[in-house]
Design a protein around this ligand. Structure first.
Ligand code: SF4
Length: 334
């Protein structure tokens, strides 16, 4: 691939995955993400428009981005989400267009998103227990999310359906077998994700991290042995099939088994700042040049320069060297 069409960082990693946050707002208040009250929202006039998002996506794909994931906050809160999907899906060279959502509005949006060209989806769901769902999201909405998932099953063009389950000590242990059974009963790929220090309150503690290996142990001890499945080099998930071949489960272990060495991701915030790592403390402003007449070449140069300075890794396991990200998860997107 000619130099013009690849994004390579200072460590030789090819950047092919762009996460685009469409909003910092959310209709849930998950305790490991944001406070119940008092969140400072981004100014609405700083939020990228659909035209700006499409222009940046086209430039990024031309530079070698092959996967785009739409995130938030909660991206389904953007009324123009189906229109954004419709604009991005046909971009030549884009291999996959996915969405990360809390699933609350999926019963209404599954059809328009499928028609617009969405190809993959990740739904965040940390518990199958109504009380615990209310406790963790501060919303009594489990049934609505499950209904949204059922609706989604009617649109096989959106596949796979991945469930993201944040693993937390003294919360997730008694959920593991329930999710394992769900991964076999339904066309959902369940992935357990280790709890990361990205909460707005700054309350993250290492003791609260339930590691992927600990969860895998629970599955194999209390349910069924697992068999590894080959995954792509840049995949963040350690994939497994159940011993009898029915259903798939995965473990995303950024704390206990970091995967930064093969990271191929960059992120665009809802207000047009480029982040080269989830834990970046610095950002690259794309909104100002976009809105002050920059050419595509000038935008390309900013993207290239940012990637050339991409961080090697997070430093969660390096004591005082670890610096919290300059934004919380809801302002970055998954
Ligand atoms: S922490 Fe940063 S470098 Fe590591 S995998 Fe995540 S985005 Fe990539």
């Amino acid at each position: 691939m000619e130099y013009e069409h690849v994004l390579v960082d200072g460590f030789g990693r090819h950047i092919e995955d762009l996460r685009i946050s469409l909003t910092d707002r959310c209709n849930f208040r998950c305790v490991y993400c944001m406070p119940e009250e008092g969140m400072q929202w981004l100014n609405r006039d700083t939020i990228l428009t659909i035209d700006e998002i499409e222009r940046l996506a086209r430039i990024a794909v031309d530079l070698g981005i092959r996967e785009i994931r739409l995130t938030g906050g909660e991206p389904t809160l953007r009324p123009d989400l189906p229109a954004i999907v419709e604009r991005l899906a046909p971009i030549p060279g884009l291999k996959s267009l996915s969405l990360t959502t809390n699933g609350f509005l999926l019963d209404r949006l599954a059809e328009p998103l499928a028609k617009a060209g969405l190809t993959r989806i990740n739904v965040s769901l940390d518990t199958l227990n109504h009380e615990k769902f209310h406790q963790i999201t501060r919303r009594p909405a489990l049934d609505k999310v499950l209904a949204g998932l059922e609706t989604l099953e009617r649109y096989p063009s959106i596949s796979p359906i991945k469930l993201n389950v944040v693993g937390m000590r003294h919360f997730t242990e008694d959920e593991v077998v329930g999710f394992a059974k769900l991964a076999r009963r339904k066309p959902y790929v369940v992935r357990f994700i280790e709890f990361m220090p990205l909460d707005a309150d700054g309350n993250w503690e290492r003791e609260r991290v339930l590691s992927g290996d600990e969860i895998k142990e629970i599955v194999e001890r209390d349910f069924m042995p697992l068999v590894p499945v080959q995954a792509e080099a840049s995949s963040t998930s350690r994939r497994y099939r159940f011993a009898d071949g029915v259903g798939e489960i995965g473990f995303i272990n950024p704390v206990s088994q970091p995967f930064c060495a093969t990271c191929n991701r960059i992120r665009l915030t809802a207000d047009g700042q480029l982040r080269t790592c989830l834990f970046s403390v610095d950002e690259w402003d794309l909104r100002t040049p976009l809105r002050s007449g920059a050419t595509n070449d000038e935008i390309r140069a900013i993207l290239r320069n940012a990637v050339a300075h991409k961080e090697l890794k997070h430093q969660i396991n390096e004591g005082d060297a670890f610096q919290r990200a300059s934004r919380s998860m809801s302002q970055i997107g998954g």
